[in-house]
Design a protein around this ligand. Structure first.
Ligand code: ZN
Length: 496
């Protein structure tokens, strides 16, 4: 899932000519404050959104193909959109087929929810809170603001480069300013988050939803990011760049303040919609979609492309859009991807001449991996931060035009200790038969009533997260760390 918000923003910036100093501020109809949106009109918002919409959907695994659930998300979204200020936006709501936990909005009313986020929510009001928050960004026109700010940063960058050249600094200074320009548009600012929450509360109330659902869901999101950080061996508090907690930085305290600031009357008999929501998500795909490749502990399987391999003990697999990455806690990584063969006839010439043409490899040897022609070689080099690292490449023929590639990278001091595991990983690569591939079934989220004999250990054992299964089960079911299993409600479990 490699979508990067910066890509489309950078594209949008590049396609917009910088004509003089854009000085127009407009009064935003939703926030009531005058905002600097440069030369972007409401019509531009719609144009930009409709241009970027198909790209975003593709980058995030496509639409989740479940018409009933798509309709539910769209109906809830449209009910909320009726209470927004910019009625000229062609509001559209899409459920994305990705296990990452996030929600996005493009200018002009394009709103996205991931299947991973939907699995975490416990009721319709929580989902409505996320959609409303995104509608807040859309109506406050935050992207137009950020693009305009980016243009100013870009202008600063041009000036900076000129100044840098005059001082004899070369292009390094220009590069730095460019990075700053990119960073400044990576996630929303705290102020924009607060605004999106305040507007979101307004839209929720207008549609009759309980605004406090925003707070309850935020704590679920936080719990999930804590478990996720633990699973990745990262300190608590660090979140994945694709996680909602990273792109929409919020705290419980600030969301509560936003609810106050919205100053709207609480709807009478505010809607929570727990049972409706749980009935809708019952049976939804959970985790990876096997069609995009499948992580099962240390095993990676791709029933569509029909292969599998296993990484060593201590490595954690992550399935990306263009590559699969496994990392351990001491800085070693295994990167798996595919490559195109331009001219090489065998794998050892591919390895040396096409994959690493500028780096002579040592000990290049031809090998056979479960019947597949392959080659391997290694090199010692310097990492960016000055450490000595070893890199080993393995190229495995896929067909006449393409290869599968494994790159093993680690601090040089660990090489001897990792060698055996790397070798096992290399030789674990094999094709899957049709019969094997068809047996790989996706995991699904199921809602079950708790029985007297049930235990958390038993109910959570079918989750795909090993020793973190129980923590994940608690997050899915809104249970505190020491809370006992509730007996009076349905529980989310995961099964094939
Ligand atoms: Zn946000």
């Amino acid at each position: 899932m490699k979508y990067d918000r910066r890509h489309f923003l950078a594209g949008a910036m590049a396609s917009t000519a910088l004509v003089g100093l854009p000085g127009c501020t407009t009064v935003n109809q939703a926030t009531g404050r005058s905002s600097f949106t440069g030369m972007y009109s409401v019509e531009d918002d719609i144009k930009l959104g409709s241009q970027e919409h198909p790209k975003l959907v593709e980058q995030f695994g496509g639409e989740y193909e479940n018409p009933r659930l798509q309709r539910y998300v769209a109906e809830t979204g449209k009910k909320l959109a009726r209470g927004t200020e910019y009625q000229q936006f062609p509001y559209q709501f899409t459920l994305l087929n990705t296990p990452i936990v996030n929600a996005f909005a493009l200018p002009g009313g394009y709103v996205y929810l991931s299947r991973g986020l939907m699995a975490l929510a416990s009721n319709e009001a929580e989902m409505a809170g996320v959609l409303s928050h995104e509608l807040g960004h859309v109506n406050a026109r935050h992207t137009a603001e950020r693009l305009s700010a980016a243009q100013m940063a870009q202008l600063g960058m041009v000036l900076g480069a000129v100044g840098g050249a005059a001082l004899g600094l070369g292009s390094g200074a220009a590069q730095l300013s460019q990075q700053i320009a990119m960073l400044s548009i990576q996630s929303y600012s705290r102020k924009q988050e607060f605004e999106a929450d305040t507007l979101g509360v307004r839209y929720m109330s207008r549609a009759g939803y309980e605004p406090d659902a925003m707070v309850t869901f935020l704590s679920t999101l936080r719990e999930q990011s804590v478990v996720d950080a633990k699973m990745r061996g990262l300190p608590a508090g660090s979140v994945d760049q694709f996680n909602m907690m990273s792109t929409h930085p919020r705290t419980k305290d600030r969301v509560e303040k936003a609810i106050q600031a919205a100053a709207v009357a609480r709807p009478k008999n505010a809607r929570i919609g727990r049972e409706t929501y749980l009935a809708k998500i019952d049976g939804m795909l959970f985790g990876d979609d096997p069609n995009q490749g499948y992580v099962k502990g240390r095993l990676f399987q791709h029933p569509g492309l029909r292969f599998q391999f296993q990484v060593p003990e201590g490595f954690r697999l992550m399935n990306g859009r263009d590559q699969v990455v496994a990392q351990n806690q001491s800085g070693a990584a295994i990167i798996f991807d595919t490559g195109k063969i331009q001219r090489s006839r065998d794998m050892s010439s591919y390895l040396q001449d096409e994959w690493t043409p500028k780096t002579p490899l040592k000990d290049v040897e031809r090998i056979i991996i479960n019947g597949q022609e392959a080659a391997t070689g290694w090199v010692r080099g310097q990492s960016k931060n000055g450490g000595t690292v070893d890199l080993r490449g393995v190229a495995i023929r896929r067909n006449a035009q393409s290869v599968y590639r494994m790159l093993f990278v680690n601090p040089a001091k660990d090489s001897a200790q990792l060698a055996q595991g790397y070798k096992q990983t290399t030789y674990s690569f094999r094709r899957l038969s049709q019969a094997e591939a068809s047996k790989i079934k996706p995991l699904r989220l199921l809602l079950v009533p708790a029985n007297k004999s049930d235990s958390i250990g038993g109910l959570s054992k079918t989750l795909p997260y090993g020793k973190y299964n129980e923590s994940w089960f608690r997050v899915l079911n809104d249970m505190k760390p020491n809370e006992r299993l509730p007996r009076n409600r349905r529980l989310k479990v995961v099964a094939t």
